[in-house]
Ligand binder design. Structure first.
Ligand code: IVH
Length: 686
């Protein structure tokens, strides 16, 4: 009792924050009308997390804290679906769509009313709510039984754990989990930066993510969901459209683009509209789903053995061409990851000639059972990299053999390794494998690392061939007289053209100056530049914030590393591994001798910290003197904070050219000062 009284205020605070954060989640994901910035959301979430750690007895079962990482699901249980989870019949042709319509008219005796919806390109999920609480989430599986991925699904911010309003006691709703294109690209960029393999497309990464074993990892991936099918009693609803609108009132995300169509022409107009507009959506759709609206009519139409007769998917054409896979070769990346590449008989897709396509990894090769000599189907959809979607088995020449993944590195011959739980093979010969060494050198001088922009790939190649570059420390041994005049001639394999690259006076000067200037680059970027696997830009920042010098980092143990926000087991192991290598320690020692920043310059930090005094900036548009990244970096360096969206908490909007009118309008309506790049530079300079 006394304890209750004593702690009553944190309990109220937990209740209040839980309610508030759920509300913000709903506004952000369902209404798409957030009223606070991501930054403010995170602060509140952290506060709730802190309180819940201290007073776990008052944490809510459906707390938003659990949304960012929860229980670890080791193996998925297989559970029978309450009703089979069917797919849809589909068509690419207007005539077949009309056949579907004619059959429906014939069976129903009247022209039915349809609901047209977008066909989201993701991963199907069936979720059960009991007394408004999310109790189960199942994948489609084989349609009869699915995997229980409840813990993973609970990490998706747009899917409520608790419904509001007057919902049925128990019901199931089905929908599609997907990833927005921008989020997918961001995620892939971070993966590539950290030396991991990129995902092929948003659909694959959504599907791969939901099957991950660790919910905490799932929580880091930006997944979203739209629901499209309420199962259940016919008493609550009479029409499909009404069921989805009501589901959205309970807090479930339903896409707004759905439309009631009263005849075939209206259906066709909807399809034509979205086949053009799909490129303006933030996520991928691969067609339109047409459903009979009345449940009574749906029941009358019933099902075939495989599909409902009351719905059909009209799929958009993606440009798909057939060509011959001539040879599979293997590429070695900077971190040693091996990518199998399909070398194709050149073919034109969407106006570009495609000669190569990534085969990603051994699993994909096995799934496709693709072989050299096969005629393969190549598609180029939203993605930049064309993909192989299938094999024309009718055209398979006799005597082809299944591909066996190479066992040793194509560049240096070292036996490859495959880390448990990862799809990629790696060449472990970090110090002796040429593309890995060159890749690391290129990464070290890149813009976000040491930014030696005079040092391009060709120059690195040249210096490498002359034996002047082996490790990143060698950049600082280069002298003007050693590099001036060195030359290399290359011959283009296809055209036979000769090309000579040489370092002349001007470029030698620029190179030496660039190298000298890089000594001022702060520790966090040097750490990123070292190219430790999984240590991307953000992780490097977090590490340097906690461990202020390379020595401190070197002395850190596993427990200290995983205690840092965002550093999990995998990253910690990778860092420890890196520092165990004597070659790396030697590189560090040399960099130190040359005066590279290997610790945080505390004096400059404390001096500038008060300048922007925690002010929140939204940076938008294109700038003339600095890149957007540099400006954001400066804001943080001078003690300010960056936010992605304008809210009443924003202190300044820093506007470059081409800033969107909607943002400008919003800033005006909230009376937030809009400042220029010049104003900002004045703010931070003395
Ligand atoms: S309705 C029994 N509606 O596409 C009817 N499905 O190719 C169940 N999908 O299995 C499906 N968007 O995974 C429906 N608006 C939508 C959809 C949709 C995407 C997926 C779903 C389905 C597959 C059929």
């Amino acid at each position: 009792m006394t304890e209750d009284l004593f702690n009553s205020s944190p309990k109220l605070k937990i209740d209040e924050l839980t309610r508030e954060l759920k509300e913000h989640n709903y506004r952000y994901y369902v209404l798409a009308e957030p009223v606070i910035s991501d930054y403010e959301f995170d602060i509140k979430l952290k506060e709730l997390e802190r309180l819940e750690n201290e007073f776990p007895q008052w944490a809510h079962a459906d707390s938003p804290v659990k949304v960012v990482g929860g229980a670890v699901t080791k193996n998925f249980n297989t559970i029978k679906h309450s009703r089979p989870m069917l797919s849809l019949g589909n068509t690419y042709s207007k005539d077949e769509l009309r056949d579907f319509h004619d059959r429906a008219v014939k069976l129903a005796g009247v022209e039915p009313e349809y609901v047209c919806e977008l066909k989201f390109d993701g991963f199907a999920i069936g979720i059960t709510y009991r007394n408004g609480t999310l109790v189960q989430a199942l994948t489609r599986g084989d349609g009869i039984e699915g995997d229980d991925v409840t813990e993973n699904v609970k990490t998706i911010r747009s899917i409520p754990h608790q419904l509001s309003g007057s919902y049925p006691d128990e019901f199931e709703i089905r929908g599609e989990i997907f990833m927005h294109r921008k989020a997918f690209e961001r995620m892939n960029a971070v993966r590539l930066e950290a030396g991991e393999q990129a995902f092929a497309n948003p659909r694959n990464s959504a599907a791969g993510t939901i099957k991950m074993q660790e919910s905490k990892e799932v929580a880091k991936r930006p997944l979203d969901c739209f629901f499209y099918h309420v199962l259940g009693d016919r008493k609550t609803f009479t029409h499909h459209y009404q069921s989805l609108i009501t589901a959205s009132e309970w807090g479930l995300p339903v896409n707004k683009a759905m439309k009631i169509c009263r005849n075939f022409d209206e259906v066709w107009s909807f399809i034509e509209l979205w086949s053009k507009e799909r490129k303006n959506l933030s996520f991928d759709i691969d067609g339109v789903v047409v459903k009979v609206n009345s449940f009574q009519l749906q029941d009358e139409l019933g099902f075939t053995a495989k599909f409902p007769r009351w719905a059909i998917a009209y799929k958009f054409e993606t440009e798909r061409v057939a060509t011959v896979l001539q040879k599979v070769t293997y590429q070695v990346g900077r971190t040693g990851a091996i990518t199998p590449v399909a070398n194709l008989k050149p073919v034109s897709i969407l106006g570009t000639t495609v000669k190569r396509a990534s085969l990603h990894n051994q699993d994909i090769i096995e799934q496709l059972d693709v072989r050299e000599g096969d005629t393969v189907f190549v598609e180029k959809g939203g993605e930049i990299i064309p993909k192989i979607v299938g094999v024309d088995l009718n055209l398979r020449p006799p005597g082809t053999k299944s591909l066996t993944f190479i066992e040793s590195c194509p560049e240096c011959g070292t036996p490859l390794i495959r880390i448990e739980g990862e799809a990629a093979h790696y060449c472990p010969n970090e110090e002796g494998c040429p593309p890995q060494i060159k890749g690391k050198l290129i990464h070290f001088v890149s813009r976000k690392a040491l930014d030696i922009n005079s040092m391009g790939e060709e120059t690195i190649d040249l210096l490498w061939e002359k034996g002047l570059l082996r490790t990143v420390a060698d950049f600082y041994e280069l002298r003007y007289d050693k590099i001036i005049g060195i030359t290399k001639t290359t011959i283009n394999e296809l055209t036979g053209d000769e090309r000579t690259v040489s370092i002349r006076e001007k470029s030698a000067e620029n190179l030496i100056r660039g190298i000298e200037d890089s000594k001022k680059i702060p520790f966090e970027r040097v750490l990123y530049g070292l190219g430790i696997r999984f240590v991307g830009e953000t992780v490097a920042k977090k590490i340097t914030k906690k461990f202020k010098s390379i020595e401190a980092l070197l002395n850190a143990g596993y427990d200290e590393l995983v205690a840092v926000d965002e550093i999990g087991e995998r990253i910690a192991e990778s860092i420890l591994d890196w520092f165990r290598n004597p070659v790396h320690l030697e590189i560090i020692a040399k960099l130190k001798d040359h005066g590279i920043q290997l610790s945080v310059d505390e004096s400059s930090l404390t001096e500038v910290i008060n300048k922007l005094n925690g002010k929140i900036f939204v940076v938008s548009g294109v700038f003339t003197e600095f890149s957007r990244d540099q400006i954001k970096e400066a804001i943080e360096k001078f003690g300010g904070k960056n936010s992605g969206s304008i809210s009443s908490k924003t202190d300044y909007v820093l506007a470059g050219e081409n800033m969107g009118p909607a943002k400008l309008e919003k800033a005006k309506s909230l009376n937030i000062p809009v400042i220029s790049e010049r104003d900002f530079l004045d703010m931070i300079s003395d």
